[in-house]
Design a protein around this ligand. Structure first.
Ligand code: SAH
Ligand code: DHB
Ligand code: MG
Length: 228
């Protein structure tokens, strides 16, 4: 029932997303080129959509973020949005484990004219984050968590260590076709999001909401948390 009803809506979500991208979001040659380069290199089509990329950009701008951390670069599509929001007077750090993804991302950063704004750190983000904490490389204003899903709780804890009051933490892929409500799910990506949600229900360290989304990337959602 879930699959069938979602399937019928998917064409409409895509059409509306395309329309919104052409109007409200505005088409952007560099971002389209980055997305095309990602596809041409055979990378998975799991970057944020244009409207979500622009939401990240707006969150960074509205909050005046100067130091942004992204966990999971892929081809750097979301990174370009974030780096544009931060600009040259800040720092955009992005973490990626796959060399091939990082290579495509670096080319995309250069082509988009933002290479000098971005520090891409190659390696397992769990190790890179531990190293950053050891080096006291902290004080991030916005963190975007979008890498391997089973590590979400670890990334969230790290984000709390590496931010300050007023920082924003955004977590992608937290609804997953509605599977998040399945308490019996054996999918690690679901179980960890449910664990995160239980933590969010209890902690006073953050004030959070989760928004369900439909569009070019299907039915999913993201969590936005304000660090208190
Ligand atoms: N934020 C990107 C999409 C990221 S896709 C965008 O919206 O454009 C997730 C990425 O996380 C993939 O490139 C994957 O290789 C990377 N990844 C997965 N596990 C990782 C890990 N443990 N450390 C670092 N990167 C990881
Ligand atoms: C997957 C990962 C993502 O970050 C995403 O936005 C969609 C799908 C995945 O690993 O399947
Ligand atoms: Mg994602």
């Amino acid at each position: 029932m879930r699959g069938a009803s979602l399937g019928m809506s998917r064409d409409l979500w895509n059409a509306v997303d395309a329309y919104l991208t052409q109007t409200v979001v505005r088409p952007d040659g560099s971002l389209e080129a980055a997305s095309a380069a990602s596809d041409a290199a055979g990378l998975p089509q799991i970057a944020v959509s244009p409207s979500h990329g622009k939401l990240l950009y707006l969150l960074a701008r509205v909050s005046g973020a100067r130091k942004v951390l992204e966990i999971g670069t892929l081809a750097g599509y979301s990174t370009i949005w974030l780096a544009r929001a931060v600009g040259p007077h800040g720092r955009t750090v992005t973490l990626e484990r796959e060399e091939q993804h990082a290579a495509v991302a670096r080319r995309n950063f250069a082509d988009a004219g933002v290479a000098s704004l971005i520090e891409l750190r190659l390696g397992d983000a769990r190790a890179t984050l531990a190293e950053m904490v050891r080096a006291r490389d902290l004080g991030f204003d916005l963190v975007f968590i979008d890498a391997d899903k089973p590590s979400i709780p670890e990334y969230f804890e790290r984000s709390l260590e590496m931010t300050h009051r007023g920082s924003i933490i955004v977590v992608d892929n937290v609804v997953r076709d509605g599977a998040v409500i399945d308490g019996a799910s054996e999918d690690a990506s679901i179980r960890v999001v449910r664990r995160m949600n239980e933590m969010l229900a209890e902690t006073r360290r953050v004030t959070a909401t989760t928004i369900q989304t439909v569009g070019a990337k299907g039915y999913d959602g993201f969590t936005i948390a304000l660090v208190e």
